[in-house]
Design a protein around this ligand. Structure first.
Ligand code: HEC
Length: 173
């Protein structure tokens, strides 16, 4: 008789524990609902730099995605960005966009901005009549590389565009 009572008490306790636990877990606010502190607004409205920086030379898709097939940085990388994002307007055949060769030597840009590195970056960030703004697409590193290319190397003759940097067919043995 006593052991039966003990079993009953034990079972009762177990049920109580389950019910209390169930209530406790059920009433807990889910983790997602905890109010996270609002992220501070970005300092400069520019596309973020890729994090972590691209490091694996064999991960070709990342190289393509980050415009780093030709070089990790510098004018060669600027040329790659120019090829994908700018050339289709800024070339010898399209009407409307001014040629960019020697743009650093002009008295000023057609938008009135100074023909300096800052003025040209401002043009690329914020665009102009007929030109898109790239501030949400290109980050500071992209703009530095583009400016280096436009200043030092710009632009190729569209009838003999630069070769694919990975093409080795003509390379000397
Ligand atoms: C949709 C066509 C188009 C694309 C794409 C484009 N541009 Fe332009 N760009 C223009 C036009 C049109 C102007 C002249 C309007 C102005 O001065 O604001 C211009 C002006 C400029 C100027 C000032 C030149 C001057 O003499 O005034 C620079 C520098 C420039 N673009 C760089 C770039 C770069 C770098 C890219 C790629 C990231 C780019 N553009 C993409 C159409 C384009």
């Amino acid at each position: 008789m006593g052991s039966r009572l003990a079993k009953l008490v034990l079972a009762g306790t177990a049920v109580a524990v389950v019910v209390v636990l169930g209530l406790f877990i059920g009433r807990r606010t889910p983790d997602v609902a905890t109010t996270a502190p609002a992220a501070p607004p970005p300092k400069e409205a520019l596309a973020p730099a890729p994090q972590p920086p691209f490091a694996d030379p064999y991960q070709r898709s990342i190289a393509i995605y980050n415009f780093r097939k030709a070089a990790m940085s510098g004018a060669d990388r600027g040329r790659e960005i120019f090829y994908y994002k700018c050339w289709f307007c800024h070339n010898e055949f399209a009407k409307g966009a001014p040629p960019l060769k020697g743009v650093f030597q002009r008295p000023q840009l057609s938008s009135g901005r100074p023909a300096t590195e800052d003025g040209i970056k401002d043009e690329i960030r914020n665009g102009g009549p007929g030109m898109a703004a790239y501030k949400y697409v290109l980050n500071d590193a992209d703009l530095n590389d583009l400016a280096a290319y436009i200043r030092d190397d710009c632009c190729w003759d569209s009838n003999s565009p630069p070769p694919n940097p990975r093409y080795r067919g003509n390379a000397a043995e």
